[in-house]
Write a protein that binds this ligand. Structure first.
Ligand code: C5P
Length: 228
């Protein structure tokens, strides 16, 4: 274990694999801090949309990432997010922001600008880090690495229910298409593509409910930490 800083559990996987909910619950159960790394890319996306920046203006996007003025408040259940003085918790998950986030996340200079900011979340008593490259790039020495998957259909349906519950008007077929496009972009980009770390434990959540996955993850973490 990296005792100088703190233990880290990384949870990577595609959108809709359930990792957001699972990471949040696991962090609450362990009493650890929580990093939603996707939120950082989403914040850069909101800042870029506000400024009217184009997805291919790499220098300007990297500047937004470097100068990002944001704040997270995790109350053990949900994370509220601020960009400057403005709360953007709801807007963060909207479809336009999701699409732009996936674009800005493919820009190497944006990713580089966010590396240290993510590592700074690693503080006692421990960190649960949720993302795409947590186990491969940001915390390669993590104590436990999990990689969550689920079929594209299952993931599109989960996302559909989430957005509907929030009162957003969405079409399942459109979500399915957007999600497949985003998967493709996340997996094929040159920098930090979405893939499991070699030492990651794979969990397919298609047929499992959230509680089962959280329990599975908790047991793995508990066993690992009591061995070290
Ligand atoms: O996880 P979430 O859907 O909130 O992430 C938003 C976008 O940020 C994703 O489409 C993905 O492209 C990107 N991302 C990333 N690396 C991470 C977390 C998110 O590239 N560690």
């Amino acid at each position: 274990m990296n005792r100088v800083s703190a233990p880290v559990v990384t949870i990577d996987g595609p959108v809709g694999s359930g990792k957001g909910t699972i990471s949040t619950r696991l962090a609450a159960r362990l009493g650890w801090r929580f990093l939603d790394s996707g939120a950082l890319y989403r914040l850069v996306a909101i800042a870029a949309l506000r400024q009217g920046l184009a997805g291919d203006d790499h220098d300007a996007l990297a500047r937004e990432a470097r100068d990002l003025d944001c704040r997270f408040e995790f109350d053990g259940q949900e994370t509220r997010v601020w960009l400057g003085e403005e709360e953007v918790t709801r807007e963060l998950r909207s479809e336009p922001v999701s699409l732009m986030a996936s674009r800005v996340a493919a820009v190497p200079a944006v990713r580089a600008a966010l590396v240290q900011r993510q590592r700074d979340f690693r503080r006692p008593p421990g960190l649960v880090a949720d993302g795409r490259d947590m186990g491969t790039v940001i915390f390669p020495d993590a104590e436990v690495k999990l990689f969550l998957t689920a079929s594209t259909e299952a993931r599109a349906e989960r996302r559909y229910k989430q957005l509907k519950a929030k009162g957003e008007r969405v079409k399942l077929s459109r979500l399915f298409r957007d999600l497949a496009a985003r998967d493709e972009r996340d997996s094929s980009r040159e920098v930090a593509p979405l893939r499991p770390a070699e030492d990651a434990i794979l969990i397919d959540s298609t047929e499992l409910d959230i509680d089962e996955v959280v329990q599975k993850a908790y047991v793995v973490v508990h066993e690992k930490l009591s061995k070290d």
